[in-house]
Design a protein around this ligand. Structure first.
Ligand SMILES: C[S@@+](CC[C@H](N)C(=O)[O-])C[C@H]1O[C@@H](n2cnc3c(N)ncnc32)[C@H](O)[C@@H]1O
Length: 354
């Protein structure tokens, strides 16, 4: 059976739209198109053509390059360690051509059921695709069922749906609770984490996870607000604090301030979700879950991640565990970056198990 579908090619469902005042929906819950992009294929195609990502969906990055490297053949068993919107999963399923098995995991309990539902509606049920809510640091547990994988993909970071949903608190651009957890059912929110951090903790976090050049004034402003008893509970509150802290720097531009906001939110997200530690655990366990000749591809989006992937691949290559590794990272084409600006910082590295 050749299921030649894309995730936005589905039958519209007869669901009532949420009512809103005025000519356009204003808040996220009213934005019926963003919440159900698969039902508005024409609008979605127009937005993508203009080089934007329609809110509520995610455009997969380096798909061609990843598939070219993974060389998936029908009958194989694979793992998508970061399911997200399911774009890569769908392309890998097409390569399996209904033979073999794909495991797809994600930590996010909010987006995961939506993606599972979309893929099921395309005909990909449990006979070929197993979707589990898990952290990729537990790949050894996922592998315990099939024994090993012929191919593994990890597309690190956050999806566009997570960033676009103001209730998740990932973006400084939209008002929302300062949460930033990939799994909001576990651990503590960014708002509560900030209350526990010292000036040095904050500064180190901003430098280590985002190379923030204005780490000191930002950290000082956050701590000073907390000491005054101010609860930094929302994205806008944090953004205002960062902006106020940087405005007095001579010759600083609006654009630089915006970038500092973006980097500070990224650093906080990495910290809250322990992203680098779980990546280390994943990289350490990878060789044991790959079959002989098994292939792994990892897409990373900032230097801290790429450094770890490169170091781990080199280490296991020297030990003879990987027989071949990417000599240099593969970058998305200029054409892809033009169509999808979120691809610009992507680096793809790969390894083949000996
Ligand atoms: C860039 S998106 C993946 C997009 C996906 N490849 C697609 O084509 O739609 C990254 C996803 O990885 C998930 N994620 C991040 N860290 C994770 C972890 N440690 N374990 C499992 N999933 C994780 C995020 O929740 C997010 O859904």
């Amino acid at each position: 059976m050749g299921l030649d579908h894309t995730l936005d090619e589905q039958e519209p469902q007869h669901q009532r739209r949420i009512r809103y005042k005025g000519t356009h929906p204003k808040n996220f819950k009213e934005k019926y198109k963003e919440l159900h992009p698969e039902q508005y294929a024409d609008d979605v195609a127009k937005i993508i053509q203009k080089g934007n990502t329609p809110a509520g969906m995610h455009i997969s990055i380096c798909v061609k390059e990843i598939l070219k490297f993974l060389q998936i053949t029908p009958g194989q068993t694979g793992l998508d360690a970061t399911l997200g919107y399911g774009g890569h999963t769908l392309e890998m399923l097409k390569c399996l051509d209904s033979k073999g098995h794909l495991y797809s995991i994600d930590v996010d309990p909010i987006e995961l059921p939506r993606t599972k539902d979309r893929l099921e509606r395309l005909g990909y049920g449990s006979e070929i695709l197993e979707i589990k809510q898990m952290n990729f640091s537990q790949i050894d547990q996922v592998a315990s069922e099939p024994g090993s994988f012929n191919f593994v993909l990890a597309d690190l970071g956050v999806s566009s749906m997570q960033i676009d949903n103001p209730e998740r608190g990932f973006s400084f651009k939209a008002e929302g609770l300062l949460d930033l957890r990939l799994n909001p059912q576990k651990g503590e929110s960014a708002a509560s984490r900030l209350k526990e951090m010292t000036l040095d903790d904050l500064q180190d976090m901003l430098i280590e996870y985002a190379d923030e050049p204005h780490s000191r004034p930002i950290a000082r402003a956050i701590i000073s607000n907390i000491k005054k008893g101010i609860d930094i509970a929302t994205t806008t509150q944090l953004r205002n604090i960062i902006e106020d802290a940087l405005k007095s720097i001579p010759q600083i531009t609006e654009d630089e301030i915006k970038k500092s906001c973006q980097r500070s939110f990224q650093a906080l997200r990495i910290d809250i979700n322990n992203e680098l530690d779980v990546l280390d655990e994943f990289l350490e366990k990878l060789p044991d879950v790959l079959a002989k000749g098994g292939r792994v591809a990892i897409l990373s989006f900032h230097s801290g991640e790429d450094r770890r992937v490169k170091k781990s691949f080199k280490h296991f290559f020297r030990e003879g565990v990987y027989r071949e590794i990417a000599p240099d990272p593969i970058r998305p084409s200029a054409e892809e970056c033009h169509v999808n600006s979120r691809a610009r910082s992507a680096k793809l590295r790969w390894a083949i198990k000996a």
